[in-house]
Design a protein around this ligand. Structure first.
Ligand SMILES: C[S@@+](CC[C@H](N)C(=O)[O-])C[C@H]1O[C@@H](n2cnc3c(N)ncnc32)[C@H](O)[C@@H]1O
Length: 255
């Protein structure tokens, strides 16, 4: 009954990679790029580049903005288990749609998630999971309020909100400033957005900007507080000269 009510506000969509996502009527947008695919997008835009850059770390704290169907969180666990990595992972994930998270125990996830089904069920039931290697905490409520209260220092940020046009307050310079405040000095951020306004908002908060070219995918962005090897660096000062009207998004324009 609970699940049916939640699902009635959302439509199930099959992505081109064969995995399921939802369409949000509230935000008028799918939860994932149906062309890139829910699982494929999570792995290629967020999980693989992040874990490759942080492959020397034995523990990682990840801020997953926002939890949604949990693909980014669950794909991280799937990838770690599949590659027999021993990295300890702590994921903090804001989400204000409690009903959606609680409905995930019956969501039709891909077979890749079969081995983590007990973890998915625990998260759906308790909004929390912990074992010796993995800890997942859903931060219920508005991400703009919960992020400044985080006391852990973050290694990786998955910036995966609905688009800037439909959810602008999760893309502003001030939002990125809140994120920067809780980041370690070598933190990275991954996002599907390659828009100049978004890259500027990150750049204005100490992040250097890089292009990420994944397989069978439109290119996306990796931002990093430190210089990265192996990624195409974007000179944002040059971008500003070439595109003098480009501006980061500001809270005051949307409040
Ligand atoms: C694009 S979906 C996230 C997809 C998710 N990363 C995944 O892999 O399934 C965006 C999510 O942000 C949530 N959301 C939107 N605005 C929010 C806010 N201000 N605070 C917390 N959650 C928010 C929505 O409820 C939705 O679940």
């Amino acid at each position: 009954m609970y699940n049916e009510t939640i699902r009635s506000q959302k439509e199930l969509i099959l992505c081109e990679d064969g995995t399921n996502t939802l369409y949000s009527k509230e935000f008028d947008e799918p939860y994932h790029s149906t062309k890139d695919g829910a699982l494929h997008e999570s792995l290629e835009k967020h999980v693989k580049p992040s874990l490759a850059i942080k492959n020397k770390h034995s523990t990682l704290t990840i801020l997953d903005i926002c939890f949604g169907l949990g693909y980014n969180t669950f794909a991280t666990l799937y990838y770690i288990q599949k590659n027999n990595l021993h990295t300890k992972i702590h994921i903090l994930s804001p989400e204000f749609d409690e009903g959606l998270v609680r409905s995930l125990d019956t969501f039709d996830f891909p077979p890749e998630f079969d081995s983590i089904k007990p973890i998915i069920q625990a998260v759906a039931q308790n909004l929390y999971y912990e074992d010796e290697q993995f800890k997942i905490e859903i931060l219920l409520g508005d991400a703009r309020k919960s992020i400044p209260k985080i006391t852990e220092k973050i290694d990786i940020v998955y910036q995966d909100a609905f688009s800037p046009a439909h959810n602008p307050l999760l893309w502003t310079k001030e939002h990125f400033s809140d994120i920067r405040d809780i980041c370690k000095e070598d933190a990275i951020l991954t996002t599907y957005s390659s828009a100049a306004a978004i890259r500027l908002g990150l750049y204005e908060n100490d992040f250097l900007i890089f292009v990420h070219r994944a397989e069978l995918m439109r290119y996306s962005t990796v931002a990093s507080i430190k210089m990265l090897e192996g990624f195409e660096y974007i000179d944002m000062e040059l971008k500003k000269v070439r595109n003098p009207t480009a501006r980061s998004m500001k809270d005051r324009e949307y409040l």
